[in-house]
Design a binder for this molecule. Sequence first.
Ligand code: C2E
Ligand code: MG
Ligand code: MG
Ligand code: MG
Length: 282
Amino acid sequence: AAKAGGRNRFNCFTREMQDRAIHRMEMIKDLRIALDEGQFSLNYQPIFCLKSRRLHKAEALIRWNHPDKGLIRPDAFIPLAEEVFLISAIGGWVFEEACRAVKVLRTQYGESFQISVNLSPAQFSDADHNLLHWLPKMQQQGLDGSAIVAEITEGMLMNSDAASLEKLLAFRDGGIQVALDDFGTGYSSLAYIQEYDIDYIKIDRAFVKNLAADSDSYALCEAIIVMAHKLGIKVIAEGIETEQQLELLIAANCDYGQGFLFSPAVELETFSQLAPIFDAAD
Ligand code: C2E
Ligand code: MG
Ligand code: MG
Ligand code: MG
């Protein structure tokens, strides 16, 4: 009986693995056609200046409208796209789409309005899709570098080769600002960040989630903000969902904020209807 049970468990395990492998292969096949068929779309989440209350930026977040599976969120396909080297092509499309959107939004929210796009480390190391082509492409469209903010992760700073880091510095020279995403979840130190001339730190929503007066998270956010400001870096808080979190972040001198309290990521047409200033209960 023990032997039979063992074999069944083994069979069960392999079937599950087989299902997963088939699903994976289907996803890879579908990803390859998604770009050609125009199945991706970009949603935009507003980022407000917490001091002036002005709508100042938007983060572009990709969505996949799969013909059979419906809407797929990025966490379910971006890692796969990175693995099979499709991320640069997808990232190129994201960039073009964001340029189109920022032109529209600048006429509406002012010429300093910016759109931030998320970049995978693989996009920096890919020689076939050279990121340095972004700058002349922006120039051709009459956009200065400041129209786009590049959101990178701590892993990108820590693990990249010299050529990738050069590209990051070239971005900076071309006026494209750099934001460090999900700050606090990785290992990099603020001293390391100073070396790469980062413009923004985005405090991960894990810290914002637990914000309460006298909490450890509050002490942490406050300390990050003080140190960032000493290094000339602005701070964006992610995942603000409550008035209380907003008030605490304002009290801690945080520069910018985004989160469901203001709005989730929405389509461009919906975004265009957002008020240019948020009202706060005070
Ligand atoms: P991220 O860059 O940290 O983006 C923030 C995520 O938090 C988004 O999830 C956003 O919808 C979500 N969010 C915003 N405000 C709140 C809030 O108040 N509460 C909660 N619970 N969540 C909030 P999303 O859109 O599912 O994106 C997940 C991740 O996928 C992004 O995390 C980013 O790392 C990646 N991603 C998205 N678009 C792209 C892209 O075009 N290229 C690359 N390489 N990665 C992307
Ligand atoms: Mg991001
Ligand atoms: Mg983030
Ligand atoms: Mg995140």
